[in-house]
Design a protein around this ligand. Structure first.
Ligand SMILES: [Zn+2]
Length: 82
């Protein structure tokens, strides 16, 4: 349980860091290779009505979700997808 809390705090911290750097970062092309399973199966998740600064990519192969940030992918934890 404690480890889970630590992990959650780290995720929030990462998010804050990412938000700080967002302002003057130009957009990149979406990567298609999943960093978790190495399959070329990433798809951007479209969220209607939400202007997202950090696009969410979903892997069709291992079912993981990742936030794309400055050319890197950060795993999105605890989010139910499809
Ligand atoms: Zn994958």
């Amino acid at each position: 349980m404690f480890g889970l809390l630590l992990f959650g705090a780290g995720t929030v911290w990462l998010g804050i860091l990412m938000l700080k750097e967002l302002v003057d970062t130009p957009p990149f092309d979406d990567p298609s290779r999943c960093p978790a399973c190495r399959h070329d199966a990433l798809l951007r998740v479209q969220r209607e009505g939400i202007a997202s600064a950090a696009p969410l990519l979903h892997c069709r192969h291992c079912n993981q979700a990742f936030w794309r940030w400055q050319g890197s992918l950060i795993r999105d934890t605890g989010r139910p997808l499809f």
